[in-house]
Design a protein around this ligand. Structure first.
Ligand code: PLP
Length: 361
């Protein structure tokens, strides 16, 4: 098989070293005689895997001691319900929650939250970060939700937005598609969530990082298995966690540490994004729609000026081993997702193809 580069938005590329390690461990993890999939989640073997994953993630993101890391199931979308179910119970009902709308994923979050709270859309733009001066926030809102990287639209908050919010606002961020791609200041957030299948590991695991004073504020209707306080009190073992996905995520965390951690990844991700956007900007053969200061470093949507050549573009890419470049069906065009596990060489291979297809050389 020729070498391929996988630009899928998710489930997405994983480091080859991690997959090789998982293959080596598959039938017998560290002499235990068991596959990780066969272990009790309460046994010493799995507990050691779990504790290492928790510790490494805490170290990679410099998560302060007053935050809990929860390893949950249900994916990013389930958090659209679980965030309001967990964070508005202490307010007079119905509580009000604020949203910044920047694309398809925040739109979904808004729709779901409206089942549990009054929703105020404080600002809206799907081609740039709305300027904080224009945010119409609700005094006393339970929280302010943002999607800090819109996977489909390609809009990213490239700085932590905490400076823009009032001091007492509880920021909630959906970081599903850029967590661990750049340094963040966790202390600016009340809660962060991320489905694992973009930049962490296999689908089925959802990471929640929540400040401990926000635990215990669930609505009575919140399902027990998804009550952040119960999950935190039981070290993510209130019910069976997604054990194999946690194990792979743990291998990815170790791989990230070997790469030099999140700061080193951020440098590489900046270089990768710069290279790709430069090729897209070289002339008007390709087009992008996101303002320069809000361009995602992880998900790069682009369009051919002549869209009648889309199929030809995708077939040519596939022939070169450049896979899964088709844009999301809701916006069309192309999308290159260049997560942590995508090496610079993969982006260079895509750039070479972009130049060739545009007849630039
Ligand atoms: C993929 C994605 C989700 C949805 O994740 P699921 O695991 O499919 O529920 C939510 N938010 C963002 C930003 C995403 O990229």
């Amino acid at each position: 098989m020729t070498h391929i580069y996988n630009f899928s938005a998710g489930p997405a590329v994983l480091p080859r070293e991690v997959l090789a390690q998982a293959a080596a461990d598959m039938l017998d993890w560290h002499g235990s005689g068991m596959s990780v999939m066969e272990m009790s989640h309460r046994g010493p073997e799995f507990i050691s895997i779990y504790k290492a994953a928790e510790r490494d993630l805490r170290e990679l993101l410099a998560v302060p001691d007053n935050y809990r890391i929860l390893f949950m199931q249900g994916g990013g979308l389930s958090q659209n319900a679980l965030i309001p179910l967990n964070l508005v119970g202490h307010k007079p009902q119905p509580a009000t929650v604020d949203f910044i709308h920047t694309g398809s994923w925040s739109a979904k979050s808004i729709k779901e939250a409206a089942k549990y709270a009054n929703v105020n859309v404080a600002a809206s733009s799907t081609t740039s970060m709305p300027p904080p001066s224009a945010w119409q926030l609700t005094p006393g809102a339970a929280y302010l939700h943002l999607c800090t990287n819109e996977t489909i639209d390609g809009v990213e908050f490239c700085v932590d937005p905490g400076w823009a919010a009032p001091q007492d606002a509880v920021l909630v961020a959906d970081m599903s598609s850029h967590i661990l791609s750049r340094r963040i200041d966790v202390a600016q957030y009340g809660a962060i969530f991320a489905g694992a299948q973009k930049n962490i590991g296999p689908a089925g695991l959802t990471i929640v990082i929540v400040r401990d004073d926000l635990l215990g504020k669930a609505l009575p209707a919140c399902p027990s298995a998804f009550d952040f306080k119960l999950v935190a009190d039981n070290d993510s073992m209130y019910n069976t966690p997604p054990t194999y996905a946690i194990y792979i995520a743990g291998l990815v965390f170790q791989w990230l540490k070997r790469q030099g951690g999140v700061a080193a990844m951020e440098e590489r991700n900046i270089a990768k994004a710069k290279l790709l956007y430069a090729a897209l900007d070289a002339d008007d053969f390709y087009q992008t729609r996101v303002a320069a200061d809000s361009r995602s470093r992880m998900n790069v949507p682009f369009y051919l000026k002549d869209e009648s050549r889309n199929d030809e573009f995708l077939a040519g890419a596939k022939a070169r081993g450049l896979l899964q470049l088709k844009g999301h069906k809701s916006v069309g065009g192309m999308r290159a997702s260049i997560y942590n596990a995508m090496p610079l060489e993969g982006v260079q291979a895509l750039v070479d193809y972009l130049n060739d297809f545009a007849g630039r050389r």
